[in-house]
Design a protein around this ligand. Structure first.
Ligand code: 5GP
Ligand code: MN
Ligand code: MN
Length: 330
């Protein structure tokens, strides 16, 4: 049960002293907020903590308390040994990326997550698939352990809730989420400042990328599927970083009548990152999972080997097949 997994997570924390806490590659607000929240939680318990992500923390999350202490593959200086690893917001082990090389496979691992596709790769798994965010799971842990919620911890958790619910708009915005958010607001969270930072402000590179991406819009399956494409050349010409593509896929999904929105993003090494969003019917996590990725029913992703043309052919065929089935049921 979830109660038993909370107890197991607490025992895990108590039996170790030095933790390596890691989140997923190309971290979003929930991944970053959860990572930092675990840092605040563990330090409150007198533990030693190293927070790490494979790459740099996206600039828009650098305002989060403690973000300057997050290390990455290139800034690593000391070669420490860790008793224990905690993963945040990772549905499977591969989501950690190259950071996996930092610890021995035998070292104990606590997996904290909320993805329905989580494969329970931890020695201890604190996974609640009806949680809106990993931050919500960590909020449960904070309450369960009766820890103090200070402004730093509250800000990190609130940011995770805010971003993974799309600003408290998606169907995962439950009473429980709003209760958690309400409690966090009582502990020094500045909601307007956070929303301004993570939702309202977009980079110039993002807008330049959007300008190009919109020109690639393709509608298929009787206008029920919409596709956008970003090439490596687009990325280079606009000076965009990885996090500048975030949110582009919603322009496809948001078109009236569209059920599935897809963003194809060419990445280095002859691969294409595919982002899926659905409106109300299609389980895009299942499509992403069939291509080696995962995610949530309404938001999922995967990285597929091949050229843009090859990947497009495979993906659009899968989306078409699913939409045809939806049509038959309707
Ligand atoms: P996005 O399209 O914004 O990158 O990701 C949407 C959702 O799908 C997120 O919840 C993310 O965790 C999940 N996701 C994206 N890419 C992958 C992937 O390669 N593997 C898995 N397991 N999940 C992914
Ligand atoms: Mn995430
Ligand atoms: Mn999440």
């Amino acid at each position: 049960s979830y109660q038993a997994s909370l107890e197991a997570a607490v025992r895990f924390i108590h039996r170790h002293q030095h933790f390596l806490v890691v989140n997923h590659v190309n971290p979003d607000g929930d991944a970053t907020g959860s990572l930092l929240a675990m840092g605040w939680l563990l330090r409150q318990l007198g533990k030693r903590v190293t927070l790490v992500n494979e790459g740099e923390t996206p600039a828009k999350f650098s305002f989060l308390p403690g973000a300057d202490a997050i290390v990455n593959m290139s800034t690593r200086t000391e070669h420490d040994t860790y008793d224990a690893v905690i993963t945040c917001d990772c549905a499977d082990f591969a989501r950690i990326g190259e950071v996996a090389a930092w610890f021995a496979p035998k070292c104990e691992l606590l997996n904290i997550d909320h993805h329905p596709t989580n494969d329970l790769f931890g020695d201890v798994n604190l996974v609640r698939i009806d949680a809106a965010a990993t931050a919500e799971v960590i909020f449960d842990l904070v309450k369960f352990m009766e820890l103090t919620i200070n402004a730093e911890l509250a800000t990190c958790l609130y940011t995770g809730l805010l971003t993974d619910t799309g600003g408290f708009r998606y169907s995962n915005t439950t009473p429980r989420v709003m209760e958690a958010a309400s409690e966090l607001l009582k502990h020094g969270v500045e909601p307007a400042r956070i929303a301004e930072q993570v939702l309202e402000t977009i980079t110039k590179a993002h807008v330049e990328l959007l300008r190009r991406a919109l020109q690639t819009l393709e509608l298929m399956d009787g206008d029920r599927a919409a596709y956008l494409t970003v090439t490596l050349a687009d990325m280079a010409k606009t000076g965009a970083g990885n996090d500048d593509t975030e949110g582009l896929v919603t322009y496809a999904r948001n078109i009236e009548g569209v059920e599935v929105g897809v963003l194809y993003k060419e990445v280095a090494g002859g691969k294409v990152k595919v982002s899926f969003r659905s409106r109300s019917e299609v389980d895009v996590a299942a499509i992403a999972k069939s291509l080696g990725g995962g995610g949530h029913i309404r938001a999922a992703g995967c990285t597929v080997e091949g050229t843009l043309a090859e990947v497009k052919a495979v993906v659009s065929q899968k989306v078409s097949a699913v939409l045809r089935k939806c049509g038959e049921r309707a």
